[in-house]
Design a protein around this ligand. Structure first.
Ligand code: NAD
Ligand code: ZN
Length: 662
């Protein structure tokens, strides 16, 4: 094929792929689509005379199916892409002396919000860049971060990205295993295509502003937007390429801690007038550049599905994949959740599947993008009828029909329980990996956690492929783990229904040892906040069953007593929340960095500030601290009970003022 033909072929492919993508059913992963654009771009650069007409690279989006078309005041463009530091340098050298802001490139869909006489008049999607879709009712009903009113009378247009938070996405998929969403970007776009807000009510979006079109406002973009009350993607001012590169790298490193997907960093002239003066190309502004990060989604072939027995006997499907580089590592295994999810996503062995590895979640198979690629040789995924490890019959539980092995002495479960005991969150026996645990269990040396503490170097040296140094290290690591203490021992014993939070709360409630928990009785346990009768019953049942094991652990010198660090924090005099009972709700993030903060970590900070934490709002609550994405029902309840509601920002300020951060 000659170059001209290849160019035409790529251009045609792009048109077809864009059409499918902007209709909401992409047929390849973004990374694969981008590779096609890149190839076309470099062929045209080398052979400008062969540029196709029309050239899809000069166009934005797709001639979408518009329900309520609205023409944009100024075109909504795409961004020039970069992947190498030299391209960042070239950008700076084009604008000598100009300050540049560097900010995350949010992966959602762009919206233009038009305000007239201080009121939100219209919210419009990008569409083909010239004409977009009016989605005002959906944005009003479902999007956080869109003020209904502004303190400005002139016409103001604010542009930004509507994203679905990763936490919203995960919660939605957990609640709807029968109709899972593929990824947050697609989910956000689908939400704004809905005919009726009520049908997508659980799919809330967040708007983050990055552009402002008006004459009457501060020249500095970030200051102008924040003054108006918008949430702005974290912007850093940089005076040279080296500084920008440092910010880009730090954004990429923080990528996993954020509650939204990013696909890169955007560089843009900080001064609004300079940006406007720089002008545009056919499909992108000259005053901005997008630096792309490694993809968090790729497609690969699902080679097989194996059913894995977990520590509680749960049998879960695991996808074996042809190796694929995604989210920064090579992935060969991914979770498929359960049989209902496999059915809902219509996944077969041999399919080309989309694998997603984003944030701190384990890689999962998000679905099949293009079922028309099937050859007919694909095979259905058939759930097992007996335990793959011990052959015992299985039971099904819950709406997702999760499978469980009913044999308490199932060998696979035993190994998993031992691995769990040795894991970092529990006893942290880091020198002994899963493979060794399996070998030792097979040899009949390990069955219960207490067996670890009778291992000797001599015994380990009887095995093949082990030297004295590693045997000594393993024994030393076991010895250190004797200090495990109440909280982590409880985690390590994997008691059904008792979470890591349960273990932490029992310590905070001043239980002195695991035995003390076992003897507290239901009444003593439910007195602890957030421990209900079901959790209490499970604790009593399993700790009673484990009584002989607890004795064996004690005899082996393992501490099951509460550790100093797990006790409630010492509260300083004059602490800002002293004596207050508080409830924390919504998603919390540190305003200094924008990073998501796990709720327990934030609650711990509140405790340091003197608060007592409660799990739900009641008449004895003093404060309800709200993060992002708070359901209306919580607020209504607080209002009814006369509980004061404060935004997290106020608490962060108080924490900072009391020197409780860092
Ligand atoms: N999988 C497929 O088949 C397929 C097909 C077509 C397009 N796509 C994907 O769609 C995207 C193409 O869209 P594009 O060409 O407009 O490029 P783009 O999405 O990469 O860049 C432009 C967009 O970036 C967004 N953005 C996010 N944060 C921003 C910020 N801080 N400042 C400015 N803009 C910001 C804006 O919405 C803007 O419209 C790519 O990610 C591509 O992979 C995929
Ligand atoms: Zn079994």
């Amino acid at each position: 094929m000659d170059v001209g033909e290849r160019i035409q072929e790529l251009a045609d492919q792009i048109v077809v792929l864009r059409d499918a993508y902007y209709r909401g059913s992409p047929s390849v992963a973004d990374a694969e689509y981008d590779a096609i654009e890149d190839e076309l771009r470099s062929l045209i650069e080398a052979n400008p005379e062969l540029a196709p007409d029309p050239n899809p690279l000069d166009q934005v989006g797709a001639p979408a199916v518009l329900h309520a078309p609205v023409r944009h005041s100024r075109p909504m463009l795409s961004l020039e892409k970069a992947t190498r530091p030299e391209q960042v340098e070239a950008f700076f050298s084009r604008f000598p002396g100009q300050s540049v802001v560097v900010m995350p490139k949010l992966d959602g869909l762009s919206l233009a919000l038009v305000y007239e006489n201080g009121r939100l008049a219209r919210a419009v999607t990008r569409g083909d860049g010239t004409t977009g879709d009016d989605v005002t009712p959906l944005v009003r009903a479902l999007t956080d971060g869109v003020p209904a009113k502004l303190d400005v009378q002139d016409r103001v247009e604010v542009r930004g990205e509507a994203v679905m938070l990763r936490s919203t996405f995960a919660a939605y998929n957990a609640a709807h295993p029968d109709k899972p969403l593929i990824n947050p970007r697609n989910a956000a776009a689908g939400t704004l295509r809905a005919k009726d807000p009520a049908t997508v009510a659980e799919r809330r979006l967040q708007f983050l502003a990055f552009d402002l079109l008006t004459d009457s406002a501060d020249a500095d973009l970030e200051r102008a937007l924040t003054t108006m009350g918008f949430t702005v993607a974290d912007m850093r001012h940089c005076d040279d390429a080296a500084a920008a590169q440092t910010v880009i790298t730090s954004i990429e490193q923080r990528r996993n801690d954020l509650d939204y997907d990013l696909d890169g960093a955007v560089l843009r002239l900080a001064d609004r007038d300079a940006f406007a003066a720089a002008g545009t190309r056919s499909s992108s502004p000259r005053g901005a550049l997008a630096f792309k990060f490694a993809a968090e989604e790729k497609t690969t072939v699902l080679a097989d599905v194996v059913w894995d027995v977990g520590k509680t006997g749960k049998i879960a499907p695991v996808a074996w994949l042809e190796p694929v580089f995604v989210g920064g590592t090579t992935v060969t295994r991914a979770t498929l959740a359960n049989q209902e999810v496999i059915k809902a996503r219509d996944i077969k062995i041999g399919d080309t599947v989309l694998v997603r590895r984003a944030g701190d979640v384990i890689p999962f198979v998000a679905g099949v993008l293009d079922a028309s690629k099937r050859t007919g040789d694909e095979q259905d995924v058939v759930p097992p009828v007996v335990c793959p490890s011990c052959g015992f019959p299985l039971t099904e539980q819950g709406n997702s029909r999760e499978l469980f092995c009913t044999n308490v002495s199932c060998p696979a479960q035993t190994v998993r329980r031992l691995i769990h005991w040795a894991s970092r969150a529990a006893a942290d026996i880091d020198a002994i990996g899963g493979v060794w645990i399996e070998r030792l269990a097979e040899a009949g040396i390990l069955e219960n956690p207490s067996d670890f503490y009778h291992l000797t170097a001599e015994r380990l040296l009887e095995f093949d492929r082990i030297g004295e140094v590693s045997a000594a290290r393993m024994i030393e690591s076991i010895d250190t783990s004797r200090q495990v203490g109440l909280r982590r021992a409880m985690i390590g014993l994997a008691i059904p229904m008792a979470s890591e939070g349960t273990a932490a709360r029992l310590c905070r409630a001043r239980f002195g040892s695991l035995e003390a928990v076992a003897e507290a009785g239901e009444e003593g346990l439910v007195a602890v906040d957030d421990i209900g009768p079901k959790v209490a019953a499970s604790l009593i049942e399993h700790l009673t069953r484990l009584r002989p094991e607890l004795e064996r652990l004690r005899e082996a010198g393992v501490s099951l007593d509460v550790r100093e660090e797990d006790l409630p924090p010492v509260v300083a005099a004059g602490a800002p929340l002293a004596g207050k009972t508080v409830v924390v709700t919504g998603s919390i993030s540190d305003p200094r960095s924008g990073e998501k903060v796990a709720r327990p970590a934030f609650q711990r900070l509140c405790e340091k500030a003197g608060a007592t934490i409660a799990s739900s709002v009641s008449a004895s609550t003093d404060l309800l601290i709200t993060g992002a994405d708070v359901g209306a029902s919580k607020l209504t309840k607080a209002e009814k009970l006369g509980v004061t509601v404060v935004d997290q920002s106020e608490i962060w300020q108080q924490l900072q003022a009391a020197d409780l951060l860092n």
